[in-house]
Design a protein around this ligand. Structure first.
Ligand code: IMP
Ligand code: MG
Length: 178
């Protein structure tokens, strides 16, 4: 185990089981349709590549890099798009893929932006969710699992751009923050 990790929350096997279960729900719900997976960089990079390999319906892939303007803004639709989609999503079945939903501010802005481009449908899959932290109500259509208000890293999730490469999800030792 990495020396900075206090405890493993989800092992590789547990993550694989979670991803398979979520992919099964997606395969069932979208049977007969084509979907466009939209990964939000960078955190969802690991999850989306595992998830897409368990999806057995026709599927395309695109990515977006956004940063929320944060809580200082009063407008809910404010999002800074650093890298936009390559694909035109009008009339497409779009599934946003996120690593973790915390306050919900980022997702609420992304949902508003993508809705304005008239997709045939727009849904959200997230590996993790911290419901106790929510500031904006978000409907998560497909969810790996809820977690408590803990800062977690690994499997794409970072602290200061590190630990994304850990194959499990773990809790950082408090001294790493100091
Ligand atoms: P939100 O707009 O507050 O929902 O922000 C969600 C984003 O914050 C996620 O996509 C992550 O990039 C980041 N984030 C939130 N909680 C964690 C965590 O526990 N570990 C690592 N990144 C996190
Ligand atoms: Mg993220």
């Amino acid at each position: 185990m990495n020396k900075d990790i206090q405890e493993i929350l989800f092992s590789e096997d547990e993550l694989a089981a979670m991803v398979s279960r979520v992919a099964g729900e997606i395969n069932r719900d979208y049977a007969g349709k084509d979907i466009l997976l939209v990964g939000l960089l960078k955190g969802s990079a690991v999850f989306i590549t595992d998830l897409m390999r368990k999806i057995d319906i026709p599927c395309s892939l695109d990515f977006m890099l956004v940063s929320s303007y944060g809580r200082s803004t009063k407008s809910s639709g404010m999002v800074n798009v650093k890298k936009d989609l390559d694909e035109d999503i009008e009339g497409r079945h779009v599934l946003i893929v996120e690593d973790i939903i915390d306050s919900g501010n980022t997702l609420s802005a992304v949902l508003e932006l993508l809705t304005s481009r008239d997709p045939a449908s727009l849904k959200l899959v997230s590996l993790l969710s911290k419901p106790s932290r929510r500031e904006k109500e978000i409907r998560i259509d497909y969810l790996g699992t809820e977690i408590e208000d803990l800062f977690v890293v690994g499997y794409g999730l970072d602290y200061a751009e590190k630990y994304r490469n850990l194959p499990y999800i773990g809790i950082l030792k408090p001294e790493v923050y100091l």
